[in-house]
Design a binder for this molecule. Structure first.
Ligand code: APR
Length: 273
């Protein structure tokens, strides 16, 4: 029976059927597309769930550089709260059992790469080597004038946060957007709304999803493009799609198999590691 692209008579997998899905995964050539949900069990809030980032902060202001830059000038205390909240969660987070399961799957030669929308560096911290970061990385600062990138450690970001907490109004700008040697200002190397994704990361991700056998969708609501276009590209290439999520998402109807649950619970059992 031919499946119309974008539709699938997906199968809701019960735990006693995990062995069926495990067989598919252990064919190899697996790719994982991950979102904020995989880091939730590490204590990092998601974006669109109740209590998530965009539930607490107005996306039209905090989700783009124009809004953030105007806040730094007009309401610096508000930007302090946002930065402390977002950075604080990420700096103190550790990889959870879902991240570690994906590292083991890569070590076993089953997982080819991870394509992540997350900026928290937890896949790399867990030990995964091939990670495509579609939305950048919070631990990298990029000069807006010369483009030079500079990696920051958790300790360095934590020290910036500590200084920010006690900073006076006129000190906030230089803490959040510090000067580069060239005189320009550095910003976190992350993709805000209205900005382009890093071209090579997305191009490589697009190539990978077309040539893999299985695509795992883990912890993403599938509503942000162009990241959310990748599962459709995979589907057009005949890739088997397996979604792991506690609740239905915009991509559930595309999946061949849907496993309802938290990634930290499901992945260690599913990958038998
Ligand atoms: N395990 C797996 N999935 C989970 C878990 C968990 N423990 N907890 C929550 N989820 C699911 C939620 O049900 C939801 O479907 O993770 C998903 C998180 O969705 P979003 O908050 O929309 O996050 P994400 O899909 O990563 O957002 C994409 O939007 O704001 C931008 O740049 C930001 O990268 C982000 C992009």
């Amino acid at each position: 029976m031919s499946k119309v692209i974008g539709e699938s008579d997906n199968h809701i997998v019960t735990p006693d059927e995990y062995s069926l899905v495990r067989e598919i995964i252990y064919r190899g050539s697996v790719i994982a597309l991950t979102g904020a949900g995989i880091s939730k069990e590490s204590g990092i809030p998601t974006f669109r769930e109740t209590g998530g980032i965009w539930d607490k902060y107005d996306i039209s202001i905090y989700g783009n550089m124009v809004g953030l830059s105007s806040l730094i000038i007009i309401k610096p205390r508000k930007i302090k709260d946002f930065i402390t909240d977002v950075y604080g969660g990420i700096i103190s987070a550790k990889p959870n059992s879902a991240h570690i399961s994906l590292t083991k799957l890569e070590d076993e030669g089953i997982l080819s790469c991870i394509i992540t929308q997350n900026i928290d560096n937890l896949h790399q911290e867990a030990g995964n080597k091939r990670v495509y970061e579609l939305h950048g990385n919070l631990f990298v600062m990029r000069c807006m004038k010369c483009g030079k990138r500079q990696k920051k450690s958790k300790e360095e970001l934590k020290s910036m946060l500590d200084n920010l907490k006690s900073a006076r109004r006129h000190e906030i700008l230089n803490l959040i957007l510090p000067r580069c040697e060239c005189g320009g200002r550095r910003r976190p190397d992350v993709v805000m709304f209205g900005e382009s994704l890093p071209q090579s990361e997305f191009e490589n991700a697009h190539i990978e999803v077309k040539k893999c056998k299985t695509l795992l969708l883990i912890g993403t609501s599938g509503v942000i493009y162009p990241a959310a276009s990748l599962p459709y590209t995979a589907k057009e290439s005949g890739v088997t799609i397996i979604e792991i999520s506690p609740e239905p998402t915009s991509l559930s109807s595309l999946a061949d198999y849907v496993i309802t649950g938290m990634a930290g619970d499901v992945l260690p059992i599913l990958f038998r590691n």
